[in-house]
Design a protein around this ligand. Structure first.
Ligand code: GLY
Length: 357
């Protein structure tokens, strides 16, 4: 099992990665021998597929509360429903909430943990690649509003993250591939060598080779832990992780969350690279290199149905990355060279959308 440490002073925590990593629940005080009250907040599908492997490891009195899978569960109504289940079960302040599922479980369950009784401990057990490489680490929690994605949320660092790679076995191909987008994103903004590794090992990664997968998850967690330790609340450095996300979130919302988040991030990177290329920031060869990798990994290269550019520009303005009315974008000048800009115009967005279609 690999162990990574997120250094945040009193809010520091471990990330356990590997097959059967779920046994680390005991070390986190949520195990069968412990007397901590445990509430599992789980995606319905994940609970039915993997609940039986998890439950014997949890203390006898634990409860499991499920919610319907998918981004559409990230609502304040669902938060209230989960709070009321915790109230019915008399879950106390010293309890630990274990989130079990993909990014939605972590965002939604983490927000419930952050707000229940003014905040209880939380352990994330991501079961999708996307959550394992990105969403579960760093303490972002939140839900969506009709007006935009993740508009309501708080930072609430988990007490631990447990990435049990056994749970990835049942991950559908489309979700697996979507998770790769966040890995490519993090490599592009932070680690040129890791990007080259993606290119060299794309076939092994797509074939879910265990060693390749272990490296992919571990390296992402190391990179993310380093960024979060330097900038927990996204005052500066952490914002580079939003590369691909300003346009990606807009596409995701305009398509009514019918695409996976990772698919939208891939499209967002392509569109944002076209903006950078048109500005002369990004060499065409680098933009093409990224496009080739996205294609080889099986991620989408085109938005499935045409979106009106003014709608995309308007959706970007509803993003939480707006400051003083200006929309923040992360463009890249090259691999490992992100640059933050706030002056991308609707006309540039329109031209970039046309360029990828
Ligand atoms: N998903 C980007 C971040 O955690 O900052």
């Amino acid at each position: 099992m690999n162990l990574i440490h997120v250094s945040l002073g009193s809010r520091s925590y471990p990330i356990y990665i590997g097959p059967s990593a779920r046994v680390a629940l005991a070390e986190c005080g949520a195990g069968a021998e412990g007397d901590t009250q445990v509430a599992v907040i789980a995606d319905e599908t994940v609970a039915s597929l993997h609940g039986q492997r998890l439950e014997p490891l949890l203390n006898l009195g634990h409860i499991v509360i499920t919610f319907p899978p998918g981004e559409r569960s990230k609502t304040l109504e669902q938060v209230e429903a989960l709070h009321r289940r915790l109230a019915a079960a008399r879950v106390e302040r010293h309890a630990v909430i274990v989130t079990f599922g993909g990014g939605v479980a972590g965002d939604l369950g983490g927000f419930v943990a952050a707000t229940w009784l003014r905040g209880v401990r939380c352990i994330h057990m991501p079961t999708t690649l996307l959550a394992a490489v990105d969403a579960a680490v760093g303490g972002k929690t939140g839900v969506n509003l009709p007006e935009g994605k993740n508009l309501v949320g708080v930072f609430h660092q988990p007490a631990a993250v447990i990435v049990d790679t056994d749970f990835l076995d049942t991950l559908p191909a489309r979700d697996f591939t979507a998770g790769l987008a966040e890995s490519v994103k993090q490599a592009i903004v932070r680690d040129a060598e890791f990007l080259a590794w993606h290119e060299a090992t794309a076939a092994a990664v797509c074939g879910r080779d265990p060693a390749a997968l272990a490296h992919l998850i571990t390296r992402n967690c190391e990179l993310k832990a380093d960024i979060v330790a330097q900038d927990e609340r996204e005052a500066g450095l952490r914002a580079i992780l939003n590369y691909g996300h300003t346009i990606g979130h807009a596409i995701e919302r305009l398509l009514g969350y019918e695409l996976r988040h990772g698919e939208c991030v891939a499209l967002g990177m392509l569109v944002e690279n076209e903006v950078a290329r048109a500005r002369g920031l990004l060499a065409p060869s680098e933009a093409d290199r990224i496009r080739d990798l996205i294609a080889r990994l099986g991620l989408p290269l085109q938005v499935p149905r045409p979106l009106d550019a003014p709608d995309v520009a308007a959706a970007c303005r509803a993003d939480k990355k707006v400051r003083g009315g200006a929309v923040n974008f992360v463009l890249i000048r090259g691999i490992g060279a992100p640059v933050r800009v706030a002056d991308v115009t609707p006309a540039e967005i329109a031209a970039a959308l046309t360029a990828i279609q």
